[in-house]
Each structure stands twice: as structure tokens, then as C-alpha cells.
Design a protein around this ligand. Structure first.
Ligand SMILES: NC(=O)c1ccc[n+]([C@@H]2O[C@H](COP(=O)([O-])OP(=O)(O)OC[C@H]3O[C@@H](n4cnc5c(N)ncnc54)[C@H](O)[C@@H]3O)[C@@H](O)[C@H]2O)c1
Length: 244
């Protein structure tokens, strides 16, 4: 259902981005897998095959993102979908948080989304259509200890989504957002204990861990024709953790 569409997925070397890149290719899209981990992006692209391009770029570095967008245009000639997924979530007590830690978080998770969107949107405007999906977090709604810098950035992503939906809606660009709950990625073993994993399940209505593919499927919904009547929305995909 994404046949003939070209999608850029940021943070595509691992986790939710990797699952999204792979799922979009199954749906027929050509995929640009962008990541600062270029080797990881290449491995994902190797699993996809011909209709995919790996690009090494850092969300903090506008020039590298501009080069990535240029490479996508050179290879595929258009960009229909942008999934702003790349993100970091190092934990730190608020009272110990340094200016550098705060700035890095905003630079990657919030300003990176701004940079990438500003570079891609002109192509969508020229084409007369586009779908942008921003990945925020359920922590914006529930708060999370040790993540003041992260939750502030993810709240910014929701606000950014709403304003862009208004500014770009007239030109048929859809901008929506997903707030994932606790998703069981390969990386979480480094910072989530088994006890915490059980606590996540306890907080959810669905009594199992959520997988990256479940966010990828909602990305596909928001990137495809099924969501044509929606923009500026935030979909919470958290196994029924918060209900509203
Ligand atoms: N996993 C969760 O439970 C969860 C919950 C809510 C929101 N999220 C959000 O989903 C997104 C993906 O998270 P994930 O768990 O899949 O993470 P992950 O760590 O598994 O993968 C993130 C990818 O982004 C890349 N990346 C990080 N910083 C980058 C930068 N500066 N430039 C380019 N690429 C960069 C990494 O190399 C990695 O490949 C993030 O925005 C995260 O905040 C995740």
C-alpha cells in the first residue's frame, strides 16, 4: 500500500526505525535509511534489497542531513514520506543535569526533527503532497523520573507537529505524531531491568511487551492513504497504559 512512495526514516539502524524501514519496504515503498550509525543503516538496507539507500547523517548536523536529502532525491527523484524517529534517551537526575546534556537532548530529539523537516518539506511542497510522522513519547503525558530533558524535547515535538499541520495543511502536507509507550527494543537490555520490564506490563491494559513493529504499523497508517483525513494528531501507542 506504499507502492511508488519514497520514505526517509531517521534512526533506521535500530529499534523502531529499523522496524519501520523494513515494514515500509514490505509495503512497497522505496526506503532511505538514515542514521549516524552508517554501518547499521547499511545492514538494514542489505536486508531490504534493491529499493533502499543507506545514508550516514547526524540529526545535530544540518549539512549532513542536507547531503542525505540530496542523496535521496538523486537516487529516487522524490520524497513522499518522512519519519522523524531518531532519538536518544540518556537518563540523568534533574539536579545533576548539565547544560551540555540538556542541549544535546534538544539538539537531537527536537531540533533534529526541525532540521530534517525543513530540508524535506520543500520537496513535498513542490510535489503537492507529503506525509510527515514525528515520534514523540508517552512520557510527555505521564512524566518520567530522570528524563526532564527528554520529556521537554518530546513535548516540543508534539507542539511542533500541531503548528506544522496548520502551516502546511493548505499545501496537502500531513503532519502527525506517535507517542510510543514502553517498546521492547534490542537496546533496552542495557538500561531496562527485568523488574522494570514487568512493571511496564503491569501499567499497560495489554499484558505483554509492545514490539517495534507495532509502532511501525501505526507509522504506515499515518504515512499511507488510510489517514488522509487526519493531520496535527498525536496517536498514543502504549498498550493501553494511559487512557484518554
Ligand atoms: N523504545 C521505546 O520504548 C520508546 C518509547 C517512546 C519513544 N521512543 C522514541 O522512539 C524513537 C526510536 O527509539 P528506539 O527505542 O527505537 O531507539 P534505538 O536506540 O533503538 O534506535 C535509535 C536509532 O537512532 C539513531 N540515532 C541516535 N541519535 C542520532 C543522531 N544524532 N543522528 C542520527 N541518528 C541517530 C541511533 O543510531 C539508532 O540507530 C526515539 O525518538 C525514542 O525517543 C522510544
Amino acid at each position: 500500500m506504499l507502492k511508488d512512495k519514497v520514505a526517509i526514516v531517521t534512526g533506521a539502524a535500530a529499534g523502531i526505525g529499523e522496524a519501520t524501514a523494513l515494514f515500509f519496504s514490505e509495503l512497497g515503498a522505496s526506503v532511505v535509511a538514515l542514521d549516524r550509525d552508517g554501518e547499521g543503516a547499511k545492514k538494514v538496507v542489505a536486508r531490504i534489497g534493491a529499493n533502499a539507500l543507506a545514508v550516514t547523517a547526524d540529526m545535530r548536523d544540518r549539512a549532513s542531513l542536507a547531503a542525505a536529502v540530496d542523496a535521496a532525491m538523486a537516487r529516487f527523484g522524490r520524497i513522499d514520506i518522512l519519519i522523524n524517529n531518531a532519538g536518544i534517551y540518556p537518563r540523568q537526575r534533574f539536579l545533576d543535569l548539565t547544560e551540555e546534556q540538556w542541549d544535546e537532548m534538544q539538539d537531537v530529539n527536537l531540533k533534529g526533527t526541525f532540521r530534517m523537516t525543513q530540508l524535506v518539506a520543500p520537496h513535498m511542497l513542490r510535489q503537492g503532497a507529503g506525509k510527515i510522522v514525528n515520534i514523540s513519547s508517552v512520557t510527555f503525558f505521564v512524566g518520567a523520573r530522570l528524563l526532564s530533558h527528554y520529556v521537554a524535547a518530546k513535548g516540543g515535538v508534539i507542539g511542533f507537529t500541531r503548528v506544522l499541520a496548520k502551516e502546511l495543511g493548505e499545501q496537502n502536507i500531513h503532519v502527525n505524531c506517535i507517542t510510543p509507550g514502553a517498546i521492547q527494543t534490542a537496546a533496552e537490555k542495557f538500561f531496562v531491568t527485568e523488574e522494570q520490564s514487568r512493571e511496564f506490563v503491569q501499567m499497560q491494559s495489554l499484558k505483554r511487551r509492545l514490539q517495534p513493529i507495532e509502532i511501525a504499523r501505526v507509522c504506515a497508517f499515518l504515512a499511507g492513504p488510510w489517514s488522509d483525513g487526519m493531520t496535527g494528531q498525536t496517536l498514543n501507542v502504549d498498550g493501553g497504559w494511559i487512557l484518554y
